[in-house]
Design a protein around this ligand. Sequence first.
Ligand SMILES: NC(=O)c1ccc[n+]([C@@H]2O[C@H](COP(=O)([O-])OP(=O)(O)OC[C@H]3O[C@@H](n4cnc5c(N)ncnc54)[C@H](O)[C@@H]3O)[C@@H](O)[C@H]2O)c1
Ligand SMILES: [Zn+2]
Length: 407
Amino acid sequence: MSETTMSRPVGLNSVADLPKPPGLHWNVRAHQPVAYGVSMVRGLLDLDNPTLARACGGGQGTPFRCLLVIDATVDTLYRDRFADYFEHWQIEASWQVVQGDEEAKYLEQAVRVTEAMSRMGILRRAEKVVAVGGGVVLDIVGFAASMYRRGVPYVRVPTTLIGQIDAGIGVKTGINYGHHKNRLGSYFAPELALIDPEFLRTIDPRHAANGMAEIIKMALVKDAALFELLEATVGTITPETLAGCGSTVSEVLSRAISGMLDELEPNLWEQVLERSVDYGHTFSPSLELRADPPLLHGEAVAVDMAICLALAHLRGHLSQADTDRALRLLVGFGLPVSHPVFTEDLLVEALADAVKHRDGYQRVPLTRGIGSVVFANDLTPAELARALEFVGSWTAAAEGALVGAAK
Ligand SMILES: NC(=O)c1ccc[n+]([C@@H]2O[C@H](COP(=O)([O-])OP(=O)(O)OC[C@H]3O[C@@H](n4cnc5c(N)ncnc54)[C@H](O)[C@@H]3O)[C@@H](O)[C@H]2O)c1
Ligand SMILES: [Zn+2]
């Protein structure tokens, strides 16, 4: 087996590494520091809470402007709250409503956001773009902000669970192109991400499960204590309990966020392509856009994770008992672990695409016990087929047990 737990940086790292052709030659090196904050703030839209106003660049008692780019559903649900808040803090917001949902994540939408910046005549540094919505809107607006005048400051207000623990807190932006997820995009940090779990009260329960998939991912790759916490909360996590953010939910969210940031911070630009946070993201990009009806991002990640659990088990990295626990956790949170589109051929094709993305190596993260990873570089089609078969048999047995229990 060709596996490694060490990360291998790619690319050139020092001036000494740069090629020096004969003749006149100049090397240019620069560093761009990145600093941004991620804050959990309850009551973000409460009139006496200045956090959002300050993040927009105001709150000093004088009128100021911002461009609010907001998910259409969030706009419908929270328009009055935003309008009252902006009026209270003397924020003159140009309002741009953007369709959320994966099908809307295409280039023209990002271009439309840049057109809104142009129409407003947004000042290049002093005035902010405020992105409010799920991962789709945050990715679109981040991409638009990175393109407009080669970068204008923006603030993220994630309103879905995936947004709050994943899409809203890193530096990646992007849109789908062709049949490829996030094929066009950039690394462009926001100034601030403001997380108010209260927004989660109105998400669809399916979207709560969708976000839980990414939290389960973090538990599997680096946080065994989070895994146990999740086992204890199966069945109790709903949009309402997420929004209420009691002590257990608060711990789940904060462990997920800090685990994610710990992984992202040393490797923001993905110089190292062995990324544990890519767990469940090897095969899922090909599945997500092909399933009909489409799967949500986290659902596709869950199906991918199930294959990776089987691969880890078949390689002797994960005991039968832990494999079973992990699969049961996914199912317990209402996530799929298999999908008819997921055939051996698709797995092989998806892996080939991942290899391009990962610079010629598979670098597939697999759990080595719960809470730790190892990277595989030599998965074979036969092994993928066996993993599919394993998940198929596990699912059939689990369904059989359910039918048996119902009799
Ligand atoms: N940039 C990154 O690092 C990163 C990381 C993870 C995921 N993502 C991307 O995020 C996207 C998935 O994000 P998502 O799951 O948030 O999907 P989404 O943005 O499509 O939102 C899901 C649905 O919820 C609605 N919605 C949003 N907030 C709501 C609220 N508070 N109440 C009611 N409805 C609300 C939206 O209108 C949409 O219909 C994918 O495109 C994925 O590629 C990006
Ligand atoms: Zn993801």
